[in-house]
Ligand binder design. Structure first.
Ligand code: P6P
Length: 319
């Protein structure tokens, strides 16, 4: 079944169907641009600009953001916010939905041919002015997803009744339904950037130490570790085979609230994970219920196999 047919059959709101179909067309353009080796966007250099967070913007970051803006202008969308935009774009219409996105997550991996992706979140305005609509909790999302530009171009999507995996058929450039996703409840694989151990709080230290003790330790089993350094790549693996992803708040000045952004990274991922029977927290509270104070707000993000996220949260209490 193609994505367009899946949406016709399962999505009750034609506006959301239109937005997702248009986002998928933009993602195909981004995917093809990434693979197109002889273009300026693939240049090894940065454009010299930085986004509001001070991250260097690469040509493909700009290309992806512009591709999303162009596609959304033709959609029933009244506003757009992204990692590459200081504020939000008001499309000056009365459409019900707004879209938030990380146009190209993991762009530090562009130059080394490692998987990157586009994350999106679709939220109704709920009769709010745009200035407030963008600050709604993740629980208000009606749909979220992310495209993965890796060995295959794939899409993880939820419209509120489960999480589904699609893959791009490169021949006809259409997304094909692969299967419904359910994250294995148990896992023996954690994902964390171990280089920052000296910045972790006691509970993260305790949890990781327990995992590293293996079968002779308190957990009674051996663990493996994966860290791609690209949220969409780690999330794709965890959604498919289980695992736990941890980017906790740490003692570095810039990341005291965590590194990942709540509105266009953690919330869309958390919606997909919960719809796939997993859990997503900031270590103590559910991501989808966190108050949003600003569009580029950061948060700690721990998500994945239910048993393991609970184990981590309990380590907070034990430490
Ligand atoms: P670190 C990529 O820049 C990103 O925002 C996420 O995709 C990824 O999970 C994280 O940062 C990697 O962070 O500190 O390991 O480089």
């Amino acid at each position: 079944m193609y994505l367009t047919d899946f949406l016709s059959e399962h999505c009750a709101d034609n506006n959301i169907t239109s937005i997702i179909n248009n986002l998928s067309n933009a993602a195909i353009k981004i995917s093809n641009e990434i693979k197109n080796v002889d273009n300026k966007n693939n240049a090894q250099f940065n454009v010299g600009n930085t986004n509001i967070d001070g991250d260097l913007q690469k040509p493909l970051d700009i290309f992806a953001d512009e591709a999303l803006i162009t596609c959304l202008r033709d959609c029933p969308v009244s506003g757009y916010a992204s990692e590459e935009q200081d504020g939000f774009i008001d499309f000056n219409n009365n459409h019900e939905f707004i879209v938030l996105a990380d146009p190209l997550d993991g762009s530090s991996n562009i130059d080394v041919n490692v998987t990157i992706g586009t994350i999106f979140s679709i939220i109704p305005r709920n009769n709010l002015p745009l200035t407030e609509a963008f600050l709604q909790k993740g629980i208000q999302q009606k749909s979220s997803g992310f495209f993965v530009y890796g060995p295959q171009t794939t899409l993880f999507l939820t419209i509120g009744s489960g999480t589904y995996l699609f893959a791009l058929n490169e021949n006809d450039q259409k997304f094909l339904l692969i299967n419904k996703i359910s994250i294995p409840e148990k896992t023996s694989e954690f994902a964390i950037n171990a280089a920052y151990k000296r910045f972790w709080d006691k509970s993260t230290l305790k949890y990781i130490e327990n995992c590293q003790q293996g079968e002779n330790g308190i957990r009674g089993k051996n663990f493996g570790m994966r860290w791609v350094g690209s949220l969409v790549a780690d999330a794709s693996r965890i959604l498919i085979r289980g695992g736990i992803f941890l980017y906790p708040a740490d003692t570095r000045e810039r990341y005291r609230e965590g590194r990942l952004r709540l509105t266009y990274e953690a919330n869309p991922i958390a919606f997909l994970v919960e719809q796939a029977n997993g859990m997503a927290t900031n270590g103590s509270a559910e991501i989808l219920n966190l108050n949003v104070k600003k569009i580029h707000q950061r948060t700690a993000l721990i998500f994945g196999s239910q048993e393991e996220v609970i184990e981590f949260r309990n380590s907070l209490e034990k430490s």
